[in-house]
Ligand binder design. Sequence first.
Ligand SMILES: Nc1ncnc2c1ncn2[C@@H]1O[C@H](COP(=O)(O)OP(=O)(O)OP(=O)(O)O)[C@@H](O)[C@H]1O
Ligand SMILES: [Mg+2]
Length: 401
Amino acid sequence: MTRTTRSNPFTPGFGALPTVFAGRRVEFADLDQMVERLAAGIYSQPRLVTGERGVGKTVLLREFEENLREDGHWVVRAVATPGDAVIARLTARVAEVLDTHDAFGRLSRAAAATVRRLAGVTIAGSGVELEPDTSVEDRALALERLLVEVGHLARERGVVLVLLVDEAQTISRVAVGELFYALQEAQTVTVSRRDPSGARLRHALPIGAVVAGLPGLVGHLKRAGSTFGERSRLLNLDVLSEADVRAGLVAFATAGGATFDADALDLVVDACAGYPYFLHVVGEQVWYAGRGQVITAAEARDGIAAARLRLEAFYDERLRELSALQRRYLDAAARLDPGQRSAAGIAAALGATSSQLASTWQALTARHGLLRPAGDGRLAFTLPGLDRHLQSGQEEPSRRR
Ligand SMILES: Nc1ncnc2c1ncn2[C@@H]1O[C@H](COP(=O)(O)OP(=O)(O)OP(=O)(O)O)[C@@H](O)[C@H]1O
Ligand SMILES: [Mg+2]
């Protein structure tokens, strides 16, 4: 018996580092280049990682974090939650990083006081507590000053300070503007000296930033009046290529001590539709559909059927937050052939004009990220298989509550 609960290499869920990391070579190459340039004292744009739920933003950040730590760099990672608590969290993590590297004592008295005031932590770590009467603007400015100091310390040590902020779309509008303005300011501080000929040489502080969030993050930043989105390099995480899914599945099976037969592999690759979250949900069930060392096509079919209910629950979760009109708009889009899915085509199907429904498609693209422009004026569903899910819901209306 090879395929057991213990040997199952798939880990459905969110944010868990996978046993095997599939694809994302382009993104990692870009992030590595960013670090290399910062280490050389050259400014490097912040990276904005956007993508649908479950596409792999968090694990990209976490894998990158691990690589950075291994290389001795200073990493500060914070997950944002609604409001502005992320400022306190970042401050607390900066203090932890300094403490780990025996550098906390090098902070100026003012910066050490900032840490205590913003994060409510003593360096022994007494938890996160905010001074209730400091404004977001003041806290962001204090964080900026702290980052500049820590950037200088990192430079002295020959390492890069990298800030990783996840779930940035949840940060309140005021705080998102202030926080990223502060970050931008800290990143553009330069250190200059004269070379022997008297010419001025400038170096940027080695401060990097990678900010991740749902596709609506770019619009959220704009609405906050922030130019951070425009100034960042966008890394839009799409589904994995078929080749990456195939290679990933083979590597997962190997990690668990099994192999796919060729037909089984084709079926599972197809069912995953390139979507990392689905890869785990489907992979887990296919694993449990048999016990032998070789995963057969019949087992793949059984596993895919067993995974379907979970995938449907995932789609329903994404649809729950929509208004009735937004839902009707999506239903109409799903009924059309992919080639006919334009704003005008969908509006016509609903007996309206595209300008009458402009705010609806804007909300579905910018805020909810469920549709995206696909060239030639067409709109496409961002989540693979969502159109099929909506179609099946329309065939069997009794299944919808
Ligand atoms: N490149 C990958 N290789 C293997 N597994 C992956 C990969 N990317 C993501 N996963 C897996 O897919 C699932 C979803 O990934 P993750 O939580 O990073 O998504 P996310 O984009 O952060 O989603 P959310 O927006 O909901 O936070 C996790 O179980 C993760 O382990
Ligand atoms: Mg995530």
